[in-house]
Design a binder for this molecule. Structure first.
Ligand SMILES: [Cu+2]
Length: 77
């Protein structure tokens, strides 16, 4: 995920846990979360296993950002 804005975005994936594999290009391992803060003008890479099919909400935890549309459903088979 690349955040090209001036705001931090604490993004949350429901119904799954992901591994944060890098923050701003710095590799990480063993950090399992369901929320990661993608800081302003930074990147975060995550891996997750698509092992829980169904509608899965993905959104920013800043309510004002959700109000402007930072929310989506993931679907996979
Ligand atoms: Cu946000």
């Amino acid at each position: 995920m690349t955040n090209r804005s001036a705001d931090d975005h604490p993004v949350h994936l429901h119904r799954h846990t992901f591994e944060v594999t890098s923050l701003d290009g710095q590799p990480l391992s063993g950090l399992y979360k369901d929320v990661v803060v993608v800081k302003a003008n930074s990147t975060a890479e995550v891996d997750f296993t698509a092992s829980n099919p169904g509608a899965t909400l993905f959104h920013c935890h800043q309510q004002s950002h959700v109000d402007f549309g930072f929310m989506m459903l993931f679907r996979y088979l």
